[in-house]
Write a protein that binds this ligand. Sequence first.
Ligand code: ADP
Length: 408
Amino acid sequence: MNVLVINAGSSSLKYRLLNVERQEVLAKGICERVGSQEAFHKHGLDDNERVIDAQMADHDEAMALVLESLTHGPTAAVSSLDEIDAIGHRIVQGGKYFDRSVLIDDDVIAKIDELAELAPLHNGAALMGIRACQKHMPGKPMVAVFDTSFFQTLPPKAYMYPLPYELYEKYAIRKYGAHGTSHRYISERAASFLDEPLEDLKLITCHIGNGCSMSAIDHGVAVDTSMGLTPLDGLMMGTRCGAIDPAIVPFVMEHENLTGAEVNDLMNKKSGLLGISGISNDLRSVREASENGDERAMLAYDMYSNSIKKYIGQYIAVMGGVDAIVLTAGVGENCDKMRRMIFSGLQPLGIKIDLEKNKERGGERLISTDDSEVQIMIIPTDEEYMIARDTFDIVHEKIGVEGGVFVD
Ligand code: ADP
């Protein structure tokens, strides 16, 4: 089955066409700055990527370009849209409604729309992606895969905020988490790599890229996660501050004369590694500056690793132990220096990093010492594959079996 995975942002449309059975990526690309004069379209596999200047007023026009590139000319991956069997959409906010991926129908669309209040930029964009697909590929089965659904197992003591209870009742203010598809994928892969059932393991999963989040997964069930009502909470990130004293918000608004939207922007886009280093949100640039003696870059590095270390401690306490700590995403997969700093000093907790293995590159691998009680693992994440696999499973179950439009 060929599944088109769509990840629509407010001004971007990222896509990947996968053959699920062969786990093969047939094509991928992104339309960026959709709606602006500088819009462009990148299409093709890594060694064959083309950047095409293209005007696209909205997601609908972007989708038309994507489908054209997938089916026509030198970049074609399939000969017609008939060879795309189903579409999987990444949706950021599934609220309380979705604890798993679902086949998209009118009711699901209405709920995604209703939840846009919690994630205005993201859910609104996802709806544009869904509508564009409905227009250009009418009748094609579509599945919604939510960033939040994996965390619907959190107990109330983990997802509630100690605010007046009415705020929860009135506005559904609670922790929903994010990056759930990635945490689910790496936890499953980690169990398979260790050759143990996920249900027997206590895992701490760390998605550390530009956005960062961590989760405690106790016997296959997510029991806590660091992102909150929005992805701003928890760890220090590339440009997001993560958890701070909430009283800082009104203080800064008053003293810097900022509106709520402006302070939100400051915390989401101007903080984290960028805010502290004053150099970049990209850890490679911060690393280079810190190695050249830049003190703020060194501080940013220290704060970032310390923020992760503290969550490891929290989650060990929450689960009463841990069998493996799993790292993924740009920093988790690639930055040996950050990994060394995160795990330094954790030997008393039975967590020992092997400094030689830590320097090696590769795919799924262990970087703990042979005598470490806790395994430290790197698992490259693959959210698109997970979305395609959910789409495959649901389409088979709901349509393939009932003899609907999809015939395998
Ligand atoms: P996103 O959250 O946008 O998906 P990624 O998972 O791509 O982010 O991670 C981006 C981050 O990974 C950047 O901060 C980048 O500097 C960092 N990164 C990627 N490769 C390396 C590397 N070799 N060394 C250090 N940091 C790296």
